[in-house]
Design a protein around this ligand. Structure first.
Ligand code: ADP
Length: 630
């Protein structure tokens, strides 16, 4: 060899600071050093692959691309080798002696010297090659650039200087040897641990990665290939069978159902990324987990970054599974850095838009399939109406509802098309389960007059209704809150009127009831929403709707529940009988029990607990005894 001289060089000041931080790192995810090395190695292969297209000589004599990891237990080293592009002396100095990446200086400036605070920054910035110093106290890089005859060795302890000298290396590519730091790093000599790290982070690196552990008695073995080696989403759609798509769905989603929808496309232009997403046909187990986490895997240039990004997929699309692979995000991006990342935000927005577009297409082309999807995930999609102002109208159009006016599901547009001539509002009732909601007494009058009411029973319904004032100019109106304008929609049946108490008798009864019930009710008034039931409760016009109030109370969001309006049905025998007697002397005493029973049964109908069950039982028994004795 012509030159045996070893040169010692100082790291750029910024690198020194970065290295200091690595060496003293308290960063919990030290294992990521391997991901960084594999990712660099894979890049080096990609670069050579690209260069060799115009200069095939570069590859002369070289076999297939590959990355190998060898752990030597006796020497306590890990070697990561690739047969990629390699580096010459200048490359080594500029790549592993300085920090060329833009934004790095700014990053370094933010370092405080406080290990705890800086560790956050490591995550935010990503650390690349220098992360090796989290686990190694000496690193040797032996490398030869493709097409060049000289090889070089770079060595450093990560303490301000590095050495470069000429080396022997038969083939192009790079060998990086990590001399592990302390016992704590010994976990990286373990075959299973290493394999796990590779499959977790680098399974879909398209270059085969082999792993071997040597230097320990009885453990020397043949190297084995540990990664899948191919990234399905990078392949053209035409080359992928339906079964392969399904297999990958099972793998990526840890699910066993059929995907209801598969979306595979490549975005090019302002941003470059590949999307392979699936909508399951069955609800994942954690669908209603309060964390509302997305499980979509984020890759950057085929390197796995995270499956835990809140930024990639909004909470209301958390049932979507699959992979998004960005070409634009930095490879060393970390979970912490994903927060408030504008590139990611732009990509996420475009993907959300695309998904909604797919749902719209499906709703149009194959409504049965769409309804099956809605059945499973509608309750989650509706969260988007609540929290995504930009997508609100679009989701409202997609949304399907149970209704008194249609079998199965209906859209709002269809509801509107069936509205009565004089009807100005979209009526709805909310509750905890579909069947109970359909039995709401407040529905009676609407049913009798053929006015359609949406039956809403998802927890989220009460919330999105707070955010939405109307659909195409038609306001939403709860049938359990405020006055009811049914009379205006269809005239009252005159024949029925003859059966009802006079207005005077009703006024007397109402006055009496208010006196008996006191502050337990906000008001008592005749109802035109009841036809069969004697009485029901509704929320005051200015108050909160009843079901919402109940939810908030159950979650301790509010302390007290406000008094309700008691509506009584003048056409009901019981109310008629009460009205008949309300004017008599001493009625306030004799009617007190029946009046309380009217209120209590209205509460029972709402599923509300009785204030005084013992008093209720006593009154009911007395009333029954009296009835039986008569
Ligand atoms: P990044 O990969 O983000 O650029 P790194 O600190 O990980 O940052 O690496 C710095 C540079 O060193 C790389 O951009 C690349 O040019 C070079 N490099 C690192 N590892 C290898 C390798 N195995 N083969 C060839 N070049 C490499």
């Amino acid at each position: 060899m012509a030159d045996v001289k070893t040169e010692t060089m100082g790291f750029e000041a910024e690198v020194s600071r970065l290295l200091h931080m690595m060496v003293h790192s308290v960063y919990s995810e030290r294992e990521i050093f391997l991901r960084e090395l594999i990712s660099n190695a894979s890049d080096a292969c990609d670069k050579l692959r690209y260069e060799a297209q115009s200069n095939p000589d570069l590859m002369a004599g070289a076999g297939d691309f590959g990355i190998s990891i060898t752990a030597d237990k006796a020497a306590r080293t890990i070697t990561v080798s690739d047969n990629g592009i390699g580096m010459n002396r200048d490359d080594l100095i500029s790549n592993l002696g300085t920090i060329a990446r833009s934004g790095t200086a700014k990053f370094i400036d933010q370092l405080t010297g406080d290990a705890k605070k800086d560790v956050q920054l490591i995550g935010q910035f990503g650390i690349g090659f220098y992360s090796v110093f989290m686990v190694a106290d000496r690193v040797t890089v032996t490398t030869r650039k493709a097409g060049e005859s000289e090889a070089w060795v770079w060595e450093s302890k990560g303490e301000g200087t590095y050495e470069i000298s000429a080396a022997d290396k038969a083939a192009h590519g790079t060998d990086i040897v990590l001399h592990l730091k302390d016992e704590a790093a010994d976990e990286y000599l373990d075959k299973f641990r290493l394999k796990k790290i590779v499959t977790t982070y680098s399974d879909h690196i398209a270059v085969p990665i082999s792993l071997a552990v040597t230097g320990a008695e009885g453990e020397n073995q043949e190297a084995m290939i540990v990664n899948e080696g191919s990234a399905i989403w990078t392949r053209p759609k035409a080359d992928i069978t339906e079964d392969q798509y399904k297999e990958f769905y099972h793998h990526v989603a840890h699910a066993f159902d059929e995907p209801a929808l598969t979306l595979h496309y490549k975005a090019e232009g302002m941003q470059e990324y590949t999307v392979l997403l699936y909508v399951p046909s069955k609800r994942p187990m954690d669908l209603f987990d309060p964390a509302r986490k997305s499980r979509v895997k984020l890759y950057v240039k085929r390197v796995f970054i995270t499956d835990d990004s809140e930024e990639l997929m909004p909470g209301w699309l958390r049932f979507v599974r699959g992979v998004v692979d960005s070409q634009d995000l930095p490879l060393n991006i970390s979970r912490e850095m994903l927060q408030n990342n504008p590139t990611l935000a732009r990509m996420a927005k475009a993907i959300t838009k695309k998904l909604l577009g797919e749902f719209e297409k499906l709703a149009e082309k194959d409504s049965d399939k769409f309804l099956a999807l809605w059945e499973e995930f509608g309750a989650v999609l509706k969260e988007g109406i609540y929290e995504d102002a930009e997508r609100r109208d679009q989701i409202l159009k997609l949304a399907r509802f149970r209704s008194t006016g249609a079998e199965g599901w209906t859209s709002l547009a269809d509801y509107v098309s069936r509205m009565k001539d004089k009807q100005s509002a979209i009526y709805y009732v909310t509750g905890t389960d579909e069947k109970a909601v359909a039995r709401s007494p407040q529905l009676e009058g609407f049913r009798a007059k053929g006015v359609e009411v949406l039956l809403l029973s998802d927890a989220v319904d009460d919330f999105w209704l707070q955010m939405v004032t109307d659909f195409e100019g038609k306001p939403f109106k709860s049938i359990t809150r405020g006055a009811c304008d049914l009379k205006d929609l269809a005239p009252d049946d005159k024949a029925d009127d003859a059966e009802k108490p006079t207005e005077g008798a009703m006024t007397t009864l109402i006055t009496l009831m208010k006196e008996v019930l006191g502050d337990r009710v906000k008001d008592v008034r005749p109802s035109d929403r009841l036809t069969e039931t004697a009485a029901c409760l509704v929320a005051d016009d200015t108050g909160m709707d009843m079901h919402l109030e109940r939810i908030l109370k159950a979650h301790n969001q509010i302390d007290t529940v406000t008094a309700k309006v008691l509506e009584i049905n003048p056409g009901h025998t019981l109310i008629r009988a009460l009205a008949d007697k309300a004017g008599a002397k001493g009625a306030i005493d004799s009617l007190s029990d029946p009046v309380w029973l009217v209120l209590d049964q209205a509460r029972i109908l709402e599923g509300d607990p009785l204030e005084d069950p013992a008093a209720f039982a006593k009154r009911l028994s007395a009333a029954m005894a009296k009835g039986l004795a008569a």
